[in-house]
Design a protein around this ligand. Structure first.
Ligand code: FAD
Length: 447
């Protein structure tokens, strides 16, 4: 860690210029990777080896996707079992799995024909266990234990309450109530929620009505956050492009209400949208005015964007242009442009920045930039729970803190975690993505 800290210190002291910053970031990324690899536990090494093997096992990868996405949507155990066996027939048992797991899968496939009610809950339990490192159980005792462990390890937690699919208002109200209850929990101090989880009837042709309804729901959340002691933090996650302007307008209009002038709240912007940078600048200008008028600062988390596949389907089915950029390199460039915008001291005064990424090159770039600009106390790093814990520990040490984002789900709602799992699998396996290569990456190799 000394090398890492020295490089960041040098950047702070000598104010490395823009031209030299990329090369410095590449060096720092190498050092971070070496540091992370050194600190990897045996269990993490074995898991990483399995992940790396999955990347080179195309049918195994396809099977894993289909398994997460399709098997547990069926209404009966017999239908689940049939789908499970069909997938094994279509793809074969994944070769990347250890021998014992492959044998168990073969035996399970055969047994599921005779006793689906016994076998399928066991298969579901296995899936739950396998994903327990990325999706936390909402049950109080288990969650509390985990939160305490993370706090002791110097990581703050940002919880996202998953639940049943929000198809109607009853479910949306349930989810809102679950979030309000989460804010009342003394172990929770930070939550993330997206507007489509708390309101089911988002219609852009009925913009005013939609906005009113969203603000009504968010008002309840903000009040719950403000009346808690200590005050809690509510962040608005971003999902579809459709929701960008709507979420921003609701966010700004609510925080302009006298009741919420002193509340610090957050919002996410997705760098894969060309619109994100202009929106960031608008938010910065508005937030500076708010702070100058005696209001609280806000926070913006920048991410690249997790819904590329869905935006592509949307664009194709409607014959619209694709909302996100069409290439990874443009997205990476926009992310850096937004980092620069977010690290300018005149902006950080009113807008704290969250840099959410697993890409060590971008994290390194962000670490150096915030040091150079002297805004380290206003720019924090955020990662996903369980995606690459060895990497997270290293970033925590280099950044002097880390915010970990974790979805929580009740046992009975586990099926609703599938969309999240599939998105994470997609991120891990898309060839242009950093996590695709991380698990086998060595300093200096092609990846
Ligand atoms: C703490 C945290 C919170 C998050 N919250 C949100 C959220 O609220 N909303 C949200 O949408 N996402 C969210 N994400 C996910 C995030 O958007 C990214 O999907 C994820 O972090 C991968 O990006 P990366 O920088 O880690 O890795 P990288 O591998 O550098 O980038 C991968 C990303 O690049 C983009 N990309 C890849 N290939 C292409 C291509 N061919 N064309 C265009 N773009 C491409 C995609 O956005 C892809 O996710 C969050 C991530 C973290 C760590």
């Amino acid at each position: 860690m000394t090398q890492v800290c020295d490089r960041i210190d040098r950047c702070r002291q000598f104010r490395t210029d823009d031209d030299a910053l990329p090369a410095e970031a590449v060096e720092l990324a190498r050092e971070l990777l070496e540091e992370a690899t050194r600190g990897q536990s045996l269990a993490e090494r074995l898991q990483a080896r399995q992940m790396a093997a999955m990347m080179h096992d195309a049918p195994g990868k396809a099977f894993t996707f289909a398994m997460a996405d399709q098997v547990f949507r069926a209404p009966t155990a017999a239908r689940e079992a049939k789908r499970f066996r069909d997938l094994v027939d279509d793809y074969g048992v994944p070769e990347y799995l250890p021998l014992a797991a492959r044998v168990a899968m073969r035996v399970g496939g055969i047994a599921s024909a005779a006793a689906p009610e016994i076998v399928m809950p066991l298969v579901a339990e296995k899936m739950r266990q396998e994903s327990a490192s990325v999706i936390l159980p909402a049950e109080e005792k288990k969650l509390r234990r985990h939160l305490i462990r993370r706090r002791e390890a110097g990581m703050r937690m940002n919880l996202n309450q998953l639940g049943e699919a929000v198809m109607g208002e009853e479910e949306a109200r349930h989810r809102l109530e679950a979030n309000i209850a989460r804010l009342a929990d003394p172990d929770t101090d930070y939550i993330s929620v997206k507007i489509s989880a708390i309101f089911s009837q988002i219609h852009l042709v009925a913009l005013d009505e939609t906005l009113l309804a969203i603000k009504d729901r968010l008002r309840l959340l903000y009040r719950a956050a403000m009346t808690a002691w200590p005050v809690k933090f509510v962040n608005l996650d971003m999902e579809e492009y459709r929701d960008l302007r709507l979420t921003c307008t609701a966010f700004r209009e609510l925080l302009d209400e006298p009741e919420f002038r002193k509340l610090e709240a957050g919002i996410v912007l997705q760098a894969y949208l060309p619109d994100a940078w202009p929106v960031q600048r608008e938010l910065n200008t508005w937030a500076i005015r708010r702070v100058d008028a005696g209001g609280a600062a806000i926070k913006i988390r920048i991410v690249k964007g997790a819904n590329l596949a869905m935006e592509k389907v949307d664009a194709e089915t409607h014959d619209w242009p694709l909302a996100p950029y069409g290439s990874k390199v443009e997205v990476d460039a926009n992310f850096k442009r937004m980092l620069h915008e977010g690290c300018r001291p005149e902006n950080t005064r009113a807008v704290r920045l969250g840099v959410a990424s697993h890409n060590l090159f971008d994290i390194a770039y962000g670490l150096l930039l915030r040091a150079r600009e002297g805004v380290e106390d206003r720019v924090e790093f955020e990662m996903l729970e369980g995606m690459a814990n060895h990497q997270a520990r290293t970033v925590r040490d280099a950044a002097k803190g880390l915010l970990l984002y974790a979805p929580v789900v009740k046992r009975e709602d586990f099926h609703s975690a599938i969309a999240y799992l599939v998105r994470r699998l997609d991120e891990n396996t898309s060839p242009e993505n950093f996590l695709h290569d991380l698990f086998g990456m060595k300093p200096g190799d092609a990846a």
